[in-house]
Write a protein that binds this ligand. Structure first.
Ligand SMILES: NC(=O)c1ccc[n+]([C@@H]2O[C@H](COP(=O)([O-])OP(=O)(O)OC[C@H]3O[C@@H](n4cnc5c(N)ncnc54)[C@H](OP(=O)(O)O)[C@@H]3O)[C@@H](O)[C@H]2O)c1
Length: 312
């Protein structure tokens, strides 16, 4: 029996269905000389978001795993928008590289205006990283957790700043909740949707604690669903998944420019200034699934993440 079933409300489900069809709000103002950090900017949503922030005058610091793509992107952005675009290479399937990215950000002498945790992966089959952690969990959740944890004091000292977690309506697929006692999927059958949903759920649960930590400061942390958009997500999987994506997902998928528009609004607009600990579908605030609001699991996960991330 699903322990969360009683907590579902039809009104929240209808709101989600309506929000899925609503286009994001647009922010018109510029963001001149503000430092914006984006993970996974070499394709899809991260790429369009980097371009949009640069087009409004922001300075970029991108955390990517691919050197060549990063060099090309730096050149493209600096030539087209005449703003500094730097990058740091970190593959989030390696904990030491996540820590290195966190250290680099924590040592920055200037304020980070917006930090967008965007890098993500979707695996149809269970895989483990070099750290022996399920890959989707490590890349989509633990990386953002470690970086936020290492940065939290620096951020708190800043005058202001916004953290945005690129999450997903896919968190709803972890329907029975996060299995904190089986994060390696040894006793539960792994599927792509369940693995992805669990990692996104973990990220939402971690947001509860980070939002509490940043209370009474000028730092906010929010999560968002970036729409169902065309990108390279899932293309690391086999032929069957790629065929399914081409046939079933891509025809209705929207442009990642809409995700960028939403991420710009959430990072810059005065309308969300001071809003923290919330989940947005594009730019509309929404109640996530009950299992992503479970305070007991959030507490348990916090300690597990500190240990898994080598932060204790
Ligand atoms: N597309 C959608 O419809 C959708 C819906 C909901 C949520 N999202 C979320 O949106 C975010 C962006 O996804 P996307 O759709 O834009 O997919 P994408 O085109 O595949 O982009 C993913 C980005 O993450 C990077 N990345 C992947 N594995 C990494 C690793 N091990 N270490 C560091 N970086 C890594 C990729 O780098 P490379 O370029 O080197 O591969 C790329 O820059 C993800 O968090 C995803 O879960 C997407």
């Amino acid at each position: 029996m699903n322990p969360y079933l009683k907590e579902y409300k039809w009104s929240n489900i209808f709101a989600m269905l309506k929000n899925n069809k609503t286009l994001p709000k647009e922010e018109q103002s510029n963001f001149q000389n503000q430092l914006v950090v984006i993970t996974g900017a070499t394709s899809g949503i991260g790429y369009e978001t980097a371009r949009l922030y640069a087009s409004r005058g922001a300075e970029l610091l991108l955390i990517n795993r691919n050197q060549k793509k990063s060099e090309q992107l730096k050149q493209e952005i600096e030539q087209e928008f005449n703003v500094p675009c730097n990058f740091f290479i970190a593959d989030f399937t390696h904990l030491d590289q996540i820590h290195a990215a966190g250290d680099m950000l924590a040592a920055l002498k200037r304020d980070i205006a917006v930090l967008i945790h965007n890098a993500g992966v979707y695996n149809t089959k269970r895989q483990f990283t070099t750290d022996d952690i399920e890959e989707v969990f490590q890349v989509n959740f633990l990386a953002s957790f470690i970086i936020n944890y290492r940065l939290k004091e620096k951020l708190k000292r800043q005058k202001q700043g916004r953290i945005i977690l690129v999450n997903s309506e896919g968190h709803r697929f972890a329907i029975g909740g996060l299995k904190t006692d089986d994060l390696r999927w040894e006793r539960h059958h792994y599927t792509g949707l369940k693995g992805y949903g669990s990692a996104k759920t973990a990220q939402l649960l971690s947001m509860i604690h980070f939002a509490r930590y940043f209370e009474n400061s000028e730092i906010t942390i929010n999560a968002m669903h970036p729409g169902d958009v065309k990108s390279n997500m899932g293309l690391n999987n086999g032929k069957i998944y790629k065929f399914f994506k081409r046939l079933m997902i891509n025809p209705t998928a929207k442009s990642p420019m809409l995700s960028a528009q939403a991420l710009y609004y959430l990072g810059v607009s005065d309308e969300v200034k001071g809003t923290s600990g919330k989940f947005f579908n594009f730019t509309t605030e929404e109640i996530p699934a009950p299992h992503a609001l479970d305070l007991l699991v959030a507490e348990k996960l916090w300690h597990i993440s500190l240990e898994m991330g080598g932060l204790q």
